[in-house]
Write a protein that binds this ligand. Structure first.
Ligand SMILES: [Cu+2]
Length: 215
């Protein structure tokens, strides 16, 4: 946690941790206070309960503190989200096509693959579209997810910083084989990537359960 194959992992995990920490502190605070009052105002001690009518100070406190807490969560989350929507000029644009129930990726030179290959440290901009129903492109290790919709191009950007293989899943229920709509993103050293990228004759598209050459 707090570090991973993209910078966004750090931000997303930090927001998550912040929200969980605030929630846990509130849970403990409220529980301890409740238990304290249960004992303090026990019937046997003879306290008589008194209703409070209109306290500007109390009302201000319980409006201002939760508002500030929720706004801080929003701001913290929003800055992380905003940074993930910035696409540097030197981004490599890859077209993602989703279909029931597979993905394919088209690179700037026209090459197509059913696994997403990217060079490490290269900013990537995905242009995503579905040919049938709604899907959602999800890379859990990168903490990014975006809906893929028919008739509309959605964007997703990231810069991978660690070589490795990571899972890509469909995160929007899209029919019978939704649960199997998996592929991989392969982050490779630049030299290895360009050796693959410039090699012809490996163009293939995953068509449901069969893989075949289309060129
Ligand atoms: Cu899907």
């Amino acid at each position: 946690m707090l570090s991973g194959p993209t910078k966004h992992v750090e931000t997303a995990d930090a927001v998550m941790l912040y929200i969980v920490a605030v929630s846990v502190l509130l849970l403990i605070g409220i529980t301890v206070t409740m238990i304290y009052f249960v004992f303090k105002y026990h019937r046997k001690k003879g306290h008589k309960p008194v209703n409070i009518h209109g306290s500007v100070l109390l009302e201000t406190i319980w409006i201002v503190i939760p508002t500030l807490l929720v706004l801080s969560m929003f701001y913290y989350g929003y800055t992380g989200f905003r940074d993930s929507r910035i696409f540097p000029d030197d981004s490599m644009e890859i077209t993602v096509t989703a279909r029931m129930w597979s993905w394919d990726f088209k690179y700037p030179n026209g090459k197509v693959s059913d696994t997403l290959y990217v060079p490490v440290y290269q900013p990537i901009k995905l242009l995503m579209e579905s040919v049938d129903v709604n899907h959602s492109f999800y890379i859990p290790s990168f903490r990014i997810k975006e809906d893929v919709i028919a008739g509309k191009i959605n964007y997703l950007g990231f810069t991978p910083e660690e070589v490795g293989d990571y899972d890509v899943a469909c995160a929007e229920y899209c029919g019978l084989n939704h649960a199997f709509m998996y592929t991989k993103i392969k982050v490779m050293p630049g030299v290895e990537f360009y050796a693959w990228y410039e090699k012809s004759g490996e163009v293939k598209v995953n068509d449901e359960k069969t893989e075949g050459n289309i060129q």
